[in-house]
Design a protein around this ligand. Structure first.
Ligand code: GUN
Ligand code: ZN
Length: 412
C-alpha cells in the first residue's frame, strides 16, 4: 500500500535552492521508497493518508562527523585540539573499553540525534572493535542510518588506546558483517588523523578500504599545531593533504573532517580525488581551530557536508550547526540546509538513496511544527521557514522522524 504524507513539503533542489509545496505531499511505496513529491492531489482509494497539516515535512538531516564516546565530554572548554584530546577525549574513549559503557553511549547518542532530526550519522566509536559492533547493533535497533568506524591509531596516543595494522583483520571482519546491512549501515576504516597514524597504518587502512569497498573517515588540517606536527612526523615539504594523497587516503568514499588550514592546491587535490569534507563550524568555534574557507572549497567544487563533531561540537542539533555555518561564512540559510541534507548525502556516498525527496529515494523525513510567526500557506517563504528552524532556540526538534518509510521516533 502507498502511504501519502500531506503537509507543507520542503527540500533542497540544488546547492543553494529549495523546492517548496505549501500544500504538498510525498507518496511512499511499500518498500519505503518515495514514489512521488509535489502539490497535494487526491490519492487513489487504496492509499493510506497521513495528514500532518499544518506541519512542515523536510528530509532527515545528515551528520557527517560525530564521536559517540564523546557525548558526555561536551563542554570541556579552554584547550586547543591536541591538549583537549589528551586531557578530555582519550579518557572518555578509554571508558568504552567496557562493552556495556560503549553500548549505552551508542544507544543514547542515536536517540539524541533522532530527537534533533538527524536520520543519518557518520560516527566514530572508540578504538575498541567491540564498540563498533555495539554501535552497529544499537543503530540497527534504533532504525537510524549510519556509517560507523573505530579509530585506528598507533602513535602519539596513550598506549592502551592504540589499534594499528594488527587491528585491521578485526576491522575487515566488522566490515564483512555490517557493510550494507539493511541498506542502512556501512563501515568506515578510520585512521584517526595523521598525527596518530604511522605511514604503514595510513597505507594499510586505505588499502583495506579499497579491497572491501568501504568508506574512509579521518580528520584533516583542523589546527595549526596539528598541521606542524604532521610536517615534523612525515618530513619533507608535503602538505597534510599531500601526505594523505600519497598514502592512498584521498578517494571517493573518503570523508575528511574540518579541512581548515588548506592551500588552493590542497582543495584541488580533494576535488580531483572525489574526497568530501565534513564542515564542523560549531566545533571549530569551540576549539578555536580556525575558520574553514567555504568559498575557497566551493571554488574548487569540493563536496561539503555538515558535522556536529560532538563532543568538540556542543550540540546534537545540525540546525545549530547550520546557524554556526551562517555565522562563519557569507552564505544563505538555503545553502546551509542543502549542506545538511543533499551535501551530507553526497559526502557519504549515499546520494542515490537519500538527501532529498526525488522519487526512488528512501523516505527519510522529519515532521516539524512551522516556526512561530510563520504559516505553512502559499504566501510563506521557504527561506524564512528554514531560517526559522535554524534559529529556533536549541535547534528545531521534530515531532516525528521517519526512516525508510517507517516512523521510528515521536517527539514528546
Ligand atoms: N582530531 C583527531 N581526533 C579528533 C577528535 O576526536 N575530535 C576532533 N575535533 N579532532 C580530532
Ligand atoms: Zn572529529
Amino acid at each position: 500500500m502507498t502511504d501519502v504524507h500531506r503537509a507543507a513539503v520542503l527540500h533542497a533542489s540544488g546547492t543553494d535552492g529549495v523546492e517548496y509545496y505549501a500544500d504538498g505531499a510525498i507518496g511512499v511505496g511499500p518498500g519505503g521508497r518515495i514514489e512521488s513529491v509535489g502539490p497535494w492531489r487526491e490519492p487513489s482509494a487504496e492509499a493510506r493518508v497521513h495528514d500532518h497539516r499544518p506541519a512542515l515535512l523536510v528530509p532527515g538531516l545528515i551528520d557527517t562527523h560525530f564521536h559517540i564516546p564523546q557525548i558526555d565530554a561536551r563542554g570541556r572548554y579552554g584547550l586547543p585540539l591536541l591538549q583537549w584530546l589528551d586531557r578530555h577525549v582519550y579518557p572518555a574513549e578509554r571508558a568504552c573499553a567496557d562493552p556495556e559503557t560503549a553500548r549505552n553511549m551508542a544507544r543514547r547518542a542515536f536517540q539524541s540525534l533522532l530527537a534533533h532530526g538527524t536520520t543519518t550519522v557518520a560516527a566514530y566509536t572508540s578504538c575498541h572493535v567491540q564498540a563498533a559492533h555495539a554501535a552497529f547493533e544499537e543503530a540497527s535497533a534504533a532504525g537510524i542510518r549510519a556509517v560507523i568506524g573505530n579509530p585506528l591509531m598507533d602513535r602519539e596516543t596513550p598506549p592502551d588506546l592504540r589499534a594499528g595494522v594488527e587491528a585491521l583483520a578485526a576491522c575487515e571482519e566488522t566490515a564483512a558483517r555490517w557493510e550494507g546491512k539493511h541498506g542502512r549501515l556501512f563501515y568506515a576504516f578510520t585512521p584517526r588523523f595523521a598525527v596518530s597514524c604511522t605511514p604503514a597504518l595510513l597505507a594499510s587502512a586505505a588499502e583495506a578500504a579499497r579491497r572491501t569497498g568501504c568508506r574512509i573517515m579521518t580528520h584533516l588540517a583542523e589546527n595549526e599545531e596539528e598541521v606542524r606536527r604532521v610536517t615534523e612526523l612525515f618530513g619533507g615539504d608535503r602538505s597534510y593533504t599531500a601526505v594523505y594523497a600519497s598514502h592512498g587516503i584521498l578517494a571517493p568514499g573518503t570523508i575528511v573532517a574540518h579541512a581548515i588550514h588548506l592551500s588552493g592546491e590542497d582543495c584541488e587535490s580533494l576535488a580531483r580525488t572525489g574526497t568530501a569534507v565534513a564542515h564542523c563550524p560549531s566545533s571549530n568555534f569551540f576549539l578555536k581551530s580556525g575558520r574553514m574557507d567555504l568559498s575557497m572549497l566551493d571554488n574548487h567544487d569540493v563536496t561539503i557536508g555538515l558535522g556536529t563533531d560532538v563532543g568538540a561540537g556542543p550540540s546534537f542539533s545540525l540546525w545549530e550547526t547550520m546557524r554556526d555555518m551562517l555565522y562563519t561564512n557569507d552564505t544563505t540559510p538555503e545553502r546551509a540546509f542543502s549542506s545538511a541534507t543533499r551535501g551530507g548525502a553526497e559526502a557519504l556516498g549515499l546520494w542515490d538513496r537519500i538527501g532529498d525527496f526525488s522519487p526512488g529515494k528512501e523516505a527519510d523525513f522529519c515532521v516539524y511544527d512551522v516556526p512561530p510567526g510563520l504559516t505553512a500557506g502559499s504566501e510563506s517563504r521557504p527561506d524564512e521557514m528554514i531560517a526559522g528552524l535554524i534559529f529556533t532556540e536549541g535547534g528545531a526538534r521534530p515531532r516525528e522522524v521517519w526512516i525508510g518509510g517507517r516512523r521510528i521516533f515521536s517527539g514528546g
